[in-house]
Design a protein around this ligand. Structure first.
Ligand SMILES: Cc1cc2nc3c(=O)[nH]c(=O)nc-3n(C[C@H](O)[C@H](O)[C@H](O)COP(=O)(O)OP(=O)(O)OC[C@H]3O[C@@H](n4cnc5c(N)ncnc54)[C@H](O)[C@@H]3O)c2cc1C
Length: 307
């Protein structure tokens, strides 16, 4: 069984940064990542708001740089190893993974979040057949087609802006009559002739056949009327749900399952820290995930010195 000072769960921007800080503090650390390193940043296409990269940087290149910096420090990054359970054991934590077990004195949870689902009929059935949560990943399949994006925040507008360059028409379906997205994104959206906002509408059903999505059933939240919108793809960008299920009962969470921490990344259980999108906080971005990762690693090293 591997025995280290700090186990970091998740290698998105928060976990990779925490790993870099732990590596520089020379504490024995291992990072477990269920997939390949990168997290949601890999879906982001071009990231334009991460400081230091005027003109933007692709999510994959940014992550490649984070990862190289971690590996240069000699911190082990175990990709395709999913953490399945964590159990407190005396003053240690026992971490059960898909490839064995590890013990650590401290734990940094950086498991991030996943796209929230609409929860309407047809959504599960058509995932991968017209229902997508990532325009950068799947937009290519909708060249010259009619597609819809659902949501009104930054993510939804970014998805629509990405899709407008390949799809014939992009409908932005939003349940309110104005967007929450940053102004700069809204301005770009409203200048795009093939993007059509549909205000005060929600999707009540996703319809299709064995070849994939064919239409959306929409409900007008003002009038109560129902209409059918013919599209072949729907990109859902209505927020996130935390990847925190395995930590239920171990640390305190808010009602949505985001992990509560103080400003130093301490969770309700001594020795366990949380960083990034999995944490209960306001702004979920690469820059804030990086800040959280640094703070959690610093707090974990302080904890190791004092315990
Ligand atoms: C389409 C899209 C566009 C975006 N655009 C921008 C942008 O332009 N600018 C910006 O700043 N931000 C953007 N973001 C948000 C940004 O990507 C996230 O805020 C950031 O990635 C959060 O980092 P994180 O490390 O907290 O979590 P994540 O990136 O979610 O990484 C968490 C990692 O933990 C792993 N994991 C989960 N559970 C386990 C487990 N049990 N065991 C092991 N590993 C596990 C996951 O596989 C994942 O790799 C975008 C996000 C999306 C989806």
């Amino acid at each position: 069984m591997e025995r280290v000072d700090v186990v970091i769960i998740g290698a998105g921007p928060a976990g990779l940064t925490a790993g870099i800080y732990c590596g520089r503090a020379k504490v024995r650390t291992v990072v477990f990542e269920a997939l390949s390193a990168g997290g949601q940043a890999l879906m982001a296409g071009t990231i334009e708001n991460y400081p230091g990269f005027p003109g933007g940087i692709s999510g994959t290149e940014l992550i490649d740089r984070f990862k190289r910096q971690l590996l240069e420090l000699g911190v082990p990054l175990e990709e395709f190893v999913k953490v399945e359970a964590v159990e407190p054991k005396d003053d240690l934590f026992l971490i059960r993974t898909s490839k064995g077990q590890a013990e650590s004195r401290a734990l940094i949870i950086a498991t991030g979040a996943q796209p929230a689902r609409l929860g309407v009929p047809g959504e599960d059935r058509f995932v991968g057949q017209g229902v997508s949560f990532c325009a950068t990943c799947d937009g290519f399949f909708f060249k010259d087609r009619r597609v819809a994006v659902v949501g009104g925040g930054d993510r939804a507008v970014e998805e629509a802006l990405f899709l407008k360059n390949m799809a014939r028409e992009v409908f932005l379906i939003h349940r309110r009559d104005r967007l929450r997205a940053q102004r700069i994104l809204q301005e770009r959206l409203f200048k795009s002739p093939n993007v059509k906002p549909l205000w005060n509408h929600v999707v009540s059903e996703i319809k299709g056949d064995e070849t994939g999505v064919k239409a959306l059933e929409l409900l007008n939240t003002q009038s109560g009327s129902r209409t059918t919108l013919e599209v072949e793809g729907v990109f859902i960008a209505i927020g996130q749900q935390p990847s925190s299920e395995i930590f239920r009962g171990l640390v305190e969470m808010d009602p949505q399952g985001f992990i509560k921490t103080d400003a130093r990344g301490n969770t309700s259980r001594p020795g366990i820290f949380a960083a990034g999108d999995v944490r209960a906080k306001e702004l979920r971005q690469v820059s804030t995930a990086v800040g959280d990762g640094a703070i959690a690693a610093w707090s974990a090293t302080q904890y190791l010195e004092s315990s």
